[in-house]
Design a protein around this ligand. Structure first.
Ligand code: GLN
Ligand code: ZN
Length: 761
């Protein structure tokens, strides 16, 4: 008999209970027992949900107060010296110090594969020792048992754990630490075996990435040791986020009892797995998408499962979501405001569990047993496939009619630059900011009052106008060269545009963990995208009328909107992105017609869309760059197009950034001390650049000297006539008390630099 399996569950709670409890604890409003009891309650509730849905065994240890990679480092005692020397009496304080920093810098944070979840990067030393210091897995297992739930500990596997970490201050590879870390993993497994735990799950998502032979060999070595040290334990090896491809034979040779495959991202690997899997290995089929919110095509998933069962027998099959349900919201039934038609097409975490249960039952008892579920599912899918909300022929016709001219500006950059300079008359080292100004508590309060109809739209607009006037007056006083309106009307750079475009829906509770207690609520992009009417032109006009200097138009780019939304799965991502590009193109042309001379299209998420496999990167970059060009290339030479990117490794994609052909790019670079510019110089990047000179994540106000020094360094890589002066990113999370002096210093640094080179212009 096949069984239903779940790899992991979201932690936050459907109403973000964990966020609230953690933040209250951090701010000192509650004590640790309050936090731990909320966490316990959530685990119990989530286990109950899974059991009720028909899962005979639940994952344990998948819960985390902050991050599961940090939990693994914590468990194995990989605690960097700077935290140990804090001498914190309370273990929980030490844990949160590593997560969030305090007297010392927190662990670095980076993206978990290609998701929008961020994990804390384990820090190792070349002589790192590991030991089972805190057996959180055993604790979690016992807790589940006490509540009456048979559990399966979910453990980040040793190879993924090491490869996600960094060995500090030495060129050593994390892999060099394998033997040592395995000692600690062995201790863990032995303790679980002593407890009579039947199954453990090792998550090894690195198997879906490009690996070399030494890593594949290390996998074999590691799992032989793990299997031998606790022979009564059965191991489920979980892989996800893509096909294992050339790593699949290696995975199938490991001495484990079950292997989970992501068949949503990697359907191609099933046949190989069916023919190569040894007889004692059970295959867990990840046929329900754990990364998106659409209802599964149950009949199609079932066909896959039936095919597998026919080849290897139902005994050796498990049915599962493709990955942990960490990446989708918990419960669709909480949504009261979604259009009924759209809600009909969706499945969140709990609904996905029900889908897995249905497929499992159909496999075991025949399709007849779930006839009603299959029929209802087929009807939903059919309604979505034929819905007028989804399909707009005009959009398709327009896309079909675009030609290569739509992707290219009329002239090359040097010619454009001359014409733009004739209009804008900017000084050497022009100063500007990235778009947003402080979003004050008062602003958030007014927005909440507007949403709950406590104030009228007109009252809210009046308030926004005041904010804009204030931001402009400040900028004029500071003497910035290219101004912004400050974006007070936007609470989020994607949601704002999504709400104004056709094709998007918004949830009330569709939160997904981004990092720690931070959650995002991605819009749902369900249909062909069209712009109903100009979205930003009135605000821009209002702002420009108040200003004596050029006012930037501010838009979010097509790739970023795509990347930060749940997007449709019924057409290629590239097609959706091009539709977004056309809508933004129209907005840009309207801004230009209104007299806007500088338009910034933010693409901070361009880098994060990069596929996990190197071989797929060029294809993605091609359409992502094309989408940006399609959005921007319609303007006249005189109109200056800016773009902005931040908080990612851009070195490897400089050629693609160059291909975007923006007249000016502003980028975050203060924290890396302008390191990034070397890659731009080496490539021969020819357009204007504004490397950030002010780290906006810190409340610290950098001095004029500091920014001046950074600019001098930038001049080693970028010629003076192409260098702009700006902060790293938008200023919405800062306070005016920090922003005003910081920008004073920024302008002073630019002026000092100009004065040093009077002959130049
Ligand atoms: N224009 C946006 C802002 O200033 C850009 C934000 C971002 O890069 N994430 O807030
Ligand atoms: Zn930014």
């Amino acid at each position: 008999m096949a069984i239903a399996l779940n790899l992991g569950f979201a932690r936050m709670g459907a109403r973000r209970e964990l966020k609230k409890a953690a933040e209250a604890y951090w701010s000192g409003k509650t004590d640790r027992e309050d936090l731990l009891s909320v966490a316990r309650g959530l685990r119990q509730r989530h286990w109950a949900h899974q059991t009720a849905a028909g899962f005979s065994q639940v994952p344990s240890g998948d819960f985390s107060l902050y991050d599961h990679v940090l939990d693994t480092a914590w468990m194995l005692d990989a605690i960097p010296a700077r935290f140990r020397s804090l001498d914190l009496a309370d273990d929980l304080d030490l844990y949160f110090a590593m997560a969030r920093g305090s007297a010392t810098q927190a662990l670095e944070m980076t993206k978990w594969f290609d998701t929008n979840y961020h994990y804390l990067v384990p820090e190792f030393t070349a002589d790192q020792e590991f030991r089972l210091a805190r057996n959180r897995q055993l604790d979690a297992y016992r807790e589940a048992k006490t509540f009456g739930f048979p559990a399966r500990p979910v453990i980040l596997g040793p190879l993924s754990f090491l490869l996600l970490g960094k060995v500090k201050q030495s060129g050593a590879r994390p892999l060099a630490l394998l033997d040592r870390v395995l000692g600690a993993y062995e201790e863990l497994l032995k303790s679980l075996q002593t407890e009579d735990v039947p199954w453990v799950q090792f998550d090894e998502p690195v198997l879906a990435t490009d690996l070399d032979d030494s890593i594949r060999d290390a996998f074999a070595r590691a799992y032989i040791r793990l299997a031998q040290c606790a022979p009564r334990l059965q191991i489920l090896l979980a892989t996800y986020f893509g096909s294992l491809r050339e790593n699949l034979p290696c995975a199938l040779r490991l001495p484990v009892h079950a292997i989970h495959l992501d068949l949503v991202r990697g359907p191609d690997q099933l046949e190989t797995a069916l023919s190569l899997a040894p007889d004692h290995v059970t295959l867990s089929l990840g046929v329900v998408d754990g990364r998106n919110i659409w209802k599964t095509d149950l009949a199609r998933a079932l066909t896959v499962a039936e095919r597998a069962a026919e080849k290897v027998s139902g005994e050796r099959i498990m049915i599962a979501p493709s990955c942990s349900l960490l990446h989708v919201p918990i419960d669709l039934s909480l949504e009261q405001k979604l259009p009924a038609a759209v809600k009909d097409w969706l499945a969140f975490g709990l609904q996905k569990l029900a889908e897995v249960a249905t497929i499992t039952r159909a496999l075991n008892q025949g399709r007849e047993a779930v006839r009603n579920e299959l029929e209802a599912n087929r009807e939903s899918l059919e309604r979505r496939r034929t819905s007028e909300l989804v399909h707009d022929d005009a959009v398709r016709e327009r896309l079909a009619a675009i030609t290569k001219h739509d992707f290219a500006r009329a002239s090359s950059f040097p010619a454009r630059k001359q014409k733009q300079q004739a209009v804008l008359c900017l000084p050497l080292f022009p100063t500007t900011t990235i778009g947003s100004f402080p979003q004050t508590a008062e602003l958030r309060r007014q927005r909440a009052r507007m949403r709950s109809n406590e104030i009228t739209a007109a009252e809210y607009d009046g308030f926004i106008r005041n904010e804009i006037s204030h931001a402009i007056a400040q900028q004029e006083k500071l003497g910035l060269d290219v101004l912004v309106h400050g974006e007070p009307e936007r609470n989020d750079m994607v949601e704002y545009f999504g709400e104004l475009l056709h094709g998007f829906a918004f949830t009330e509770n569709g939160w997904v963990q981004s990092y720690g207690s931070r959650c995002v609520k991605p819009p749902i992009l369900y249909g062909d995208v069209t712009r109903r009417e100009p979205m930003t032109v009135d605000w821009w006009r209002f702002a420009q009328n108040l200003a004596s200097r050029p006012m930037k138009g501010m838009l979010t780019g097509p790739v970023t909107v795509l990347q930060w939304s749940f997007v449709r799965d019924d057409q290629p991502r590239a097609d959706t992105c091009f539709q977004l590009a056309l809508a933004i193109r129209d907005e840009i042309l309207d801004l230009e017609a209104a007299g806007c001379r500088v338009i910034q299209i933010d693409e901070p998420a361009l880098r994060e869309g990069l596929p996990l496999r190197k071989s797929e990167a060029p294809g993605y970059l091609r359409w992502a760059v094309d989408a940006f060009r399609l959005a921007t290339a319609g303007v006249r030479d005189e109109t200056q197009i800016h773009t902005h990117m931040c908080y990612a490794e851009f070195n490897e994609i400089v050629d693609s950034i160059a291909a975007m052909d923006a007249d000016v790019i502003s980028m975050e670079s203060a924290r890396s001390q302008m390191e990034l510019l070397d890659a731009f110089a080496a490539y021969g990047y020819g357009n204007d650049i504004g490397p950030g000179v002010y780290d906006i994540h810190s409340p610290r106000v950098p001095s004029t000297d500091e920014m001046y020094t950074l600019l001098e360094r930038a001049l080693d890589a970028i010629p003076a006539e192409r260098l702009w002066v700006n902060p790293d990113c938008g200023l919405k999370t800062r306070r005016w008390e920090e922003v005003t002096p910081a920008l004073e210093h920024l302008v002073a640094a630019a002026i000092a630099l100009r004065n040093k080179r009077p002959a130049h212009n």
